[in-house]
Design a protein around this ligand. Structure first.
Ligand code: C5P
Length: 400
């Protein structure tokens, strides 16, 4: 895809370098357009090196306009991403001002555009900015709202630009949604419950039993479904991933807590995707104090008891949502997954091979989607693409 990355003047401009790299790494063509203020924060040469194209920054520069004029540049882009979008540029955009190359391009473009504002929290909260953003959204601009946190100015509040990885994932989900209208129509307004990540089973106040799930697969599903218009509730085990915007997130730690949350929410959702790697066992009773090693001690026995099977519990309810499970296996992937689907009474199971180098912590994956009716192998690709494949399969199964 051809992406026009607009960079305006704010300290967050340095994060746009990483964003540019992520776009290029994913195979997209990137043309960076900077405002004069942006160049106070970061040099155009860095963007040129990353994107392989000279940065465009001037409206009335014969040399720059000779190659591709600003109107052609506006037409060239499939998507425009404005990151960081300053309060100043947002205000100009709202008013339709065209006083530099970037604002002129924006005015001359009918392409989808993602705005990623970043500014001091008071500038963000200011009624003018809030009104400008609301008007722009109503006009069809996409918005990735600023995150909360410590700001460059030392204040704490909403205004920080999300990290590049998060912006990239958000854009990816939105651009995919735009590219699949039928899928969009199917998921629009549907209520989806997703569980993701590991569960940690405490042994004592400092130790736990856990597993290597990163949560990336479930988070990718939640993010993609949200971008397709679904109402998503995400029950997340302990992971270090940012919440996809617009998703209602509930954090839990143990399998029992995950079960409680699922039991509380499943009835309000029409689809449940259990992507969590729930620990199969927990200690009967976590100890209140740290377990101490005795002098000369060679062994320690812990008695473990089986955790509740959350996905099987949901699949036993009546009425029940459409239930999707995951099967991560290190061997005999398909026979184990088929048996698991039947045993747990799942509508669909997503089988994935895990082990050295694949599965849990990586960004790529390869799922085999097994339902009562059919089996389909998705090509090896990003978890984002796998998530899309799962959401498509659910649509096929529910509409055939
Ligand atoms: O039983 P196993 O862990 O192999 O099955 C994996 C599937 O079952 C996943 O969808 C996982 O989220 C779900 N599961 C569960 N509760 C458990 C164990 C697994 O919901 N206690």
């Amino acid at each position: 895809m051809k992406i026009l990355l607009g960079v305006t003047g704010g300290i967050a401009a340095y994060k746009a370098l990483e964003l540019c790299r992520l776009f290029v790494k994913a195979g997209h063509e990137v043309q960076v357009v900077m405002t004069q203020h942006a160049k106070q924060f970061i040099g155009p040469l860095s963007f040129q090196a990353l994107s392989g194209r000279p940065v465009r920054d001037a409206l009335f520069n014969a040399e720059q306009e000779a190659g591709m004029g600003h109107i052609e540049l506006a037409r060239w882009a499939d998507w425009i991403v404005l990151a960081p979008a300053s309060a100043n540029t947002l205000a100009k955009l709202r008013m339709g001002l065209a006083d530099n190359l970037l604002t002129t391009l924006l005015l001359a473009s009918d392409r989808p555009c993602l705005l990623v504002p970043a500014m001091n929290r008071l500038m963000w909260q200011n009624a003018a900015t809030q009104e400008n953003v609301a008007v722009l959204q109503a006009r069809g601009y996409h918005l990735l709202a600023p995150a909360e946190g410590v700001q460059a100015c030392g204040e704490v509040g909403a205004g920080r630009m999300p990290e590049a990885q998060q912006i990239f994932a958000d854009w990816q989900a939105r651009s995919t949604a735009a590219a699949y209208p039928a899928l969009h129509a199917f998921w629009q307004g549907r209520r989806l419950l997703v569980s993701a990540g590991p569960t940690f089973e405490d042994l004592d106040p400092v130790r736990f039993l856990g597993n290597r799930s990163s949560g990336k697969m479930g988070f990718a599903i939640a993010q993609q479904a949200q971008a397709l218009g679904a109402h998503v509730t995400l029950i997340a085990g302990p992971v270090s991933l940012p919440s996809p915007q617009g998703v209602q997130r509930i954090d839990v730690r143990s399998a029992q807590q995950m079960l409680d949350a699922v039991q509380h929410h499943y009835a309000q959702h029409s689809v449940f995707i259990s992507a969590a790697a729930v620990a199969d066992f927990a200690v009967a009773q976590a100890l209140p104090q740290k377990i101490k090693k005795q002098a000369g001690q060679k062994h320690l026995s812990l008695e473990l008891i089986a955790n509740p099977d959350i996905v099987a519990w949901v699949a036993q309810q009546s009425p029940k949502p459409f239930v999707v499970g995951f099967a991560a296996e290190t061997e005999q992937l398909l026979p184990y997954a088929r048996a698991k689907r039947e045993r747990k009474n799942l509508d669909l199971i997503c089988a994935n091979q895990v082990g050295a180098g694949i599965g849990f912590e990586g960004d790529d994956n390869q799922l085999v989607l097994i339902s009562r009716e059919q089996e389909r192998t998705l090509p090896m690709s990003s978890k984002h693409q796998q998530a899309l494949g799962v959401l498509q399969e659910i649509m096929h199964l529910l509409t055939q």
